[in-house]
Design a protein around this ligand. Structure first.
Ligand code: CMC
Length: 392
């Protein structure tokens, strides 16, 4: 009943007011809480950006120290959570595992189930999600190798701790390369929020029914998994590998992407909102060159990626449709250089996006937004009389 505006895919419908992230798709501008993404990527750290997104202001030195200390107190996950890993097939996709594990945390931390919470209780839930997610992501990787998990070492900062749990070994001490730490910080910062995308809107809408923070974040992880969203970073590397095996003929693959009878799309290209360039892609492309050089890695797929970009940007099909490389086009090449296997890429995106999801979940609660409930236009049958099965 009543008047319903139809906007399939929410291309023009604003679902909320938000003071977190500003994005101008025509001008290629992205700011978190007013701070340009370029400045944050260059000067800040992931955990500082997390604080900024969630609490609205850059922390003072004391606030940052306290925030890191609080997180470090909750990096352990309940030992019984390890039993889940025994149930997953060894090759199951890390995103399916992460979504399930994060939702399962709600069973171990039931205080999060209270629909109405004090500010302190909400803060504690936020700290716990941030702390435990890094541990879970690293454990998913360890389990995929059949290696024992590594427990957090709280003398490290968030990102170093994550890399330590991921690449560390029980058998020997390892040094975490500062080049890798800083590359990881940049990647996580660039992914930290992106206003009302598919996964973030999912987190808000699930949270709007007063579901707990773990269930809300878990839903966001599921939404991010798809190849049209966060799953694109894995899809890009798989595509580049295929093109490499196929002899590196980029023109042929560009032609495939343009062919409307071929379902193939140029992965890592195009964006719902950016119609000029994706500012994150600019930063990532440069970071990619820098990091591969610093680590002394020569990756043939980087050359293929650059060639694809060059050809596509001159092609009228891509120019007319304003299709440019997005954040995922080069991120996978960096993850690979850092030592992550391809199926971990989207999980890393999720780790980066976590502060954004949390900030948006908190904002939705602080604003006391009503339950999310879209309308529809019904196109099904009008009234039909039930027919007994023998007469159908
Ligand atoms: N390759 C070939 N053609 C494309 C591509 C592509 N990557 N992206 C869009 N098009 C075409 C599309 O076929 C359509 O053509 P036409 O007007 O002739 O029908 C036109 O461009 C508009 O595309 P759309 O699908 O209507 O645009 P959308 O805003 O609904 O979709 C998108 C945006 C990102 C889902 C899409 O560009 C895409 O599928 N890209 C590849 C997947 C990808 O890289 N996703 C990561 C997005 S960035 C990270 C994130 O935030 O998740």
């Amino acid at each position: 009943s009543g008047y319903v505006t139809l906007d399939i895919g929410y291309k023009n419908t604003g679902a909320t007011k938000s003071a977190i992230t500003f994005l101008d798709g025509e001008l290629g501008i992205l700011k978190y809480r007013g701070y340009p993404i370029e400045q944050l990527a260059e000067k800040s750290s992931f955990i500082e950006v997390a604080y900024l997104l969630i609490y609205g202001a850059l922390p003072t030195e004391q606030q940052l120290t306290d925030f890191q200390y609080e997180i470090s107190r909750y990096t352990l996950v309940h030992e019984d959570m390890k039993k889940f890993f025994d149930g997953f097939p060894s090759k199951s996709h890390p995103m399916g595992q992460l979504s399930s594990l994060v939702c399962a945390l709600s069973a171990f931390y039931p205080e999060s189930l209270k629909p109405i919470q004090t500010n302190e209780e909400v803060h504690l839930s936020i700290i716990k999600v941030l702390a435990k997610m890094a541990t879970l992501v690293s454990w998913i990787y360890k389990k995929s190798l059949g290696h024992p998990v590594i427990y957090p070492r709280n003398k490290y900062d968030y990102v170093t701790n994550f890399l330590y749990m991921t690449f560390g070994q029980r058998t020997e001490e390892i040094e975490i390369d500062p080049v890798v730490v800083s590359a990881m910080n940049v990647l996580l910062i660039l992914h930290a929020d992106h206003e009302q995308n598919c996964s973030t809107s999912t987190v808000r809408i699930v949270g709007s029914s007063e579901s707990n923070i773990y269930a809300s974040v878990s839903a966001g992880i599921s939404a991010l998994w798809g190849p049209l969203h966060g799953g694109a970073n894995q899809a890009v590397i798989e595509m580049l590998e295929k093109i490499k095996e196929d002899g590196g003929d980029t023109d042929k693959w560009i032609a495939k992407a343009k062919d409307k009878n071929d379902p193939f799309r140029l992965m890592g290209f195009g964006h719902r909102v950016y119609k000029n360039f994706d500012p994150r892609a600019k930063i990532i492309k440069k970071a990619c060159d820098d990091i591969l050089e610093k680590l002394g890695i020569d990756d043939e797929v980087l050359d293929i990626a650059k060639k694809l970009e060059e050809v596509a940007l001159k092609d009228p099909y891509f120019v007319e449709r304003k299709l440019y490389p997005n954040v995922d086009f080069y991120s996978g090449i960096i993850y690979r250089a850092l030592g992550f296997p391809t199926d971990m890429f989207t999980v890393l995106f999720a780790l980066g996006r976590l502060p954004g999801w949390i900030a948006q979940w908190k904002e939705m609660k602080d604003n006391k937004e009503p339950i999310g409930r879209p309308r529809q236009i019904y196109t099904g049958a009008t009234t039909r009389d039930y027919v007994d099965i023998a007469s159908r």
